[in-house]
Design a protein around this ligand. Structure first.
Ligand SMILES: [Zn+2]
Length: 104
């Protein structure tokens, strides 16, 4: 998946954004390593939950006209949302992680 960002080191040095769009790829780790044209290297940590990332990806696929891919990813987001809800409920009710993982 892709994330759009700008270089924060350039913002610090120049006092304003460099207006260089940086598009970085990220995967399951939700970390993207980027480098701007001025040589600044940064690591971006995506803080969104997995179902949120999938939902955005599905929406982008739908906007681009890829309806089959969009429906597949929307369904994955739906499953990850239920997984998230189940984890929250289990945590709230004191079910330990090992027991949860065995059941899941
Ligand atoms: Zn920079």
């Amino acid at each position: 998946m892709k994330i759009f960002t700008m270089c924060m080191e350039c913002v610090k040095e120049l006092g304003h954004p460099s207006y260089e769009p940086i598009i970085a790829s990220y995967y399951d780790e939700s970390i993207a390593i980027v480098e701007c044209n001025r040589g600044h290297k940064s690591a971006l940590l995506l803080q969104s939950l997995k179902f949120e990332v999938l939902m955005e990806s599905a929406a982008n696929a739908l906007i681009e006209g890829y309806t089959l891919e969009a429906s597949t990813v929307f369904y994955s987001a739906y499953e990850r949302f239920f997984e998230f809800c189940i984890r929250v409920l289990c945590n709230n009710r004191g079910i330990n992680k090992a027991e949860f993982e065995n059941t899941f």
